[in-house]
Ligand binder design. Sequence first.
Ligand code: HEM
Length: 145
Amino acid sequence: MITARQIALVQDSFACVLPFTDAVATAFYARLFALAPDTRPLFRGDMAEQGRKLFLTLATVVDALDALHTVLPVAEALAVRHIGYGAQDRHYAAVGQALVDALGETLGDRVDGATRAAWLSAYAILSDHMRAAAARATADRAAAA
Ligand code: HEM
C-alpha cells in the first residue's frame, strides 16, 4: 500500500538523485555486496553499465508509481530473467535495503524517515510482484520438467 504523498516523496527524491546516478549506483552495489556478499559473483559485466541499466529501470518505475499496472508486465519479465542471473528470493530484501541506504548516503538530510519509508513501500510493491512472477516461473519449469 502506498499513498499519494509517498509517491510524491519517492518521485521528488528520485529527481534530486538524477544528477548523481553513477554515485548512487556505486554506493548501491557497495551496500548490496556488504549486505548479501553471495550476490557479488553474480555480476559479471561492467558495473558502471549495470548501474545505468538499473537506474533506467528505476526511472521508468518511479515515473509510473501512480499507474503501476502499466509497468508490472515489464517488471515481471525482468524478474523471470533474473532467475537466470542467479537472483534468489531472499536477495530482493537486500536490494531494497541497499537502494534506500544508497539514496540516504548520496542525498543526506534530504532523505528523511518518511522518504525512506515511502521508498520501502514502493519497493515492497514492486519486489512482491517480481518475486511472485519468479516463483510462478520456477514452479512452471519444475512442472514441465
Ligand atoms: C527491483 C529490483 C531490480 C531491478 C529493477 C533490477 C534491474 C536490472 C536490470 C535492468 C538488469 C539488466 C539486464 C536485464 O534487463 O535483464 C539487471 C541485471 C542483473 N541483476 Fe537486477 N534488478 C533488480 C533486482 C535484482 C536482484 C534482487 C538481484 C539479486 C542478486 C539482481 C541481480 C542482477 C544480476 C546478477 C544481473 C546481471 C548482471 C550481469 O549480467 O553481469 N537484480 N537487473
